[in-house]
Every structure is written in structure tokens, then in C-alpha cells.
Design a protein around this ligand. Structure first.
Ligand SMILES: Nc1ncnc2c1ncn2[C@@H]1O[C@H](COP(=O)(O)OP(=O)(O)OP(=O)(O)O)[C@@H](O)[C@H]1O
Length: 235
């Protein structure tokens, strides 16, 4: 479903992604983990074709990207329904169809009653759910989420986890620093630090040496021990 070979991204003289290889063959949840500046957002934006890269990216044409909440322009004078309709590319040829699809997507994230609410008036959790609805309106085969749990309260986090876990035919790639949410949603873990440091099941994260390699954290540190304990409890 998603195949990446020899992917390189440079910003000026700086190499941000260096020979990334990744192959995700079937629908399911994949968590993309890595320290600040590891290139997670850059990888997602490369897959969407939003930035220039060298290498090969094979991804379904029906794909959607949810940017970090802070990257969206919340001061636009738009309603929730307007924003979600902008995701209904396939329904654009019939306006009424786009509106119906958008309303359904809003209901999926429990925001159907807020369809005519100005987006400037939404809370953080509602904003993240709105961006998810906009991405889901066209039923993508590949859904890329950039830090969807950031700045979101626990009920909204759980709702987002529930909605994406219900997408049976979709490959969902979630960039996150939120280890408990990653453990709760994803079956596949990818550790990125300019390159794919490791890829595997949740149990992968039980190896303290990987935290050292992937995050630059000492395997002996209390933080790594706490992470490993969380993974063991979830496994
Ligand atoms: N448009 C750009 N121009 C120049 N440098 C950039 C650009 N976008 C990203 N970078 C740099 O590329 C590196 C990787 O950034 P990226 O946002 O992909 O990392 P990340 O893993 O998503 O980080 P975080 O977890 O902090 O969000 C960073 O050092 C960042 O400063």
C-alpha cells in the first residue's frame, strides 16, 4: 500500500531524510515515532507530494493528510461544514453530494450539531476532530496524521483513537510523541531519526537499546525504563 525507497530530503545544505526505506503492505495503524526534528512531518509531507524529494514513493492516489493543528488557519471566516467540504474532492462535481458527505464525516467525529459553527470558535479538541473529518470525507485508502493527540483532551483523544481504529480498509500513519496513544492504536511501530531506525510490532519498543539509537536516550535512564514498562503492560 505504501512503498518508499531511497528517499532523501534536503533543506538547503541540510539533509533531513537520508535514504529512508519503508514498506507498509496492508491496512492498519502505524505509529511514526522519533525525537523532535527526526523528520516525521517531512516524511508525511513527502508522501503527500507537498515537498520536493529524491527517491521513490508509491502511495495510493486516494490519500489524505491531517497537518498539525497549529498549522491550520483558524481565523478563516468559515463554518465547520465549509471546512469539511473542502476535503470532498471526489464529490465536488455535485455540491449537494459534497455537503451530505461532509455532514456524515462531521457526525462521525460527533460534531454534526456544530456544522454551522464558526471554526474560530472551536476548542482544541474540536479543531483536531474537524481536521480528521475533513480528511475522512473522501474515504482515503491512506490517512496521514501529524501529531493528532497534541493539545487534545482525553475524551477527544479517545474519540480520535476510536474513529481511526474503525477504518478497516485504510492504512493510517500517525506521527506522535504520545507513546500511550501510539500503543493504544497502532500495531506497527516505525522509529525514525533521519532514517528508519527500526520497524516492527509494539514489542519492538521493549528493547532499551532502540530508545538509545532512535531517541538518543540512555538505555539506563528512568524515562526509558518507564517507557519500556508501559510497553510491557500494553503487550
Ligand atoms: N521548510 C523547511 N525549511 C527548512 N528546514 C525545515 C523545513 N521543514 C522542516 N525543516 C527542518 O527539518 C528538520 C525535520 O523537521 P520535521 O518537522 O520533519 O521533524 P519532526 O520529526 O516532525 O519534528 P517534531 O517532532 O519536532 O515535530 C527540522 O530540523 C526542521 O527544522
Amino acid at each position: 500500500m505504501l512503498e518508499i525507497h531511497n528517499l532523501h530530503v534536503n533543506f538547503g545544505a541540510r539533509t533531513v531524510l537520508d535514504n529512508v526505506h519503508l514498506h507498509l503492505k496492508q491496512p492498519g495503524m502505524c505509529a511514526l515515532l522519533g525525537p523532535n526534528g527526526a523528520g516525521k512531518t517531512t516524511l508525511l509531507r513527502s508522501i503527500m507530494g507537498l515537498i520536493p524529494y529524491r527517491g521513490v514513493v508509491r502511495a495510493p492516489s486516494q490519500r489524505a493528510y491531517v497537518p498539525q493543528m497549529s498549522q491550520f488557519q483558524w481565523s478563516y471566516p468559515m463554518t465547520c461544514l465549509d471546512v469539511v467540504k473542502t476535503g470532498a474532492i471526489r464529490g465536488m462535481w455535485r455540491r449537494s453530494k459534497a455537503a451530505d458527505q461532509a455532514q456524515e464525516a462531521l457526525e462521525l467525529v460527533q460534531m454534526g450539531h456544530l456544522h454551522d459553527r464558526s471554526i474560530a470558535a472551536l476548542s482544541g479538541g474540536q479543531r483536531q476532530r474537524l481536521l480528521l473529518a475533513r480528511a475522512l470525507v473522501d474515504q482515503p485508502e491512506l490517512l496521514l496524521l501529524d501529531e493528532p493527540f497534541n493539545g487534545v483532551d482525553v475524551p477527544s483523544q479517545l474519540l480520535i483513537q476510536e474513529v481511526i481504529s474503525g477504518l478497516e480498509d485504510t492504512l493510517v500513519v500517525i506521527s506522535t510523541h504520545d507513546i500511550p496513544s501510539a500503543l493504544a492504536t497502532a500495531q506497527t511501530m516505525v522509529l525514525l531519526n533521519k532514517q528508519v531506525v527500526a520497524q516492527g510490532s509494539v514489542q519492538l519498543l521493549q528493547d532499551p537499546a532502540l530508545w538509545e539509537k532512535g531517541f538518543g536516550l540512555s538505555a539506563q535512564s528512568s524515562m526509558v525504563r518507564a517507557y519500556v514498562r508501559q510497553v510491557e503492560e500494553a503487550a
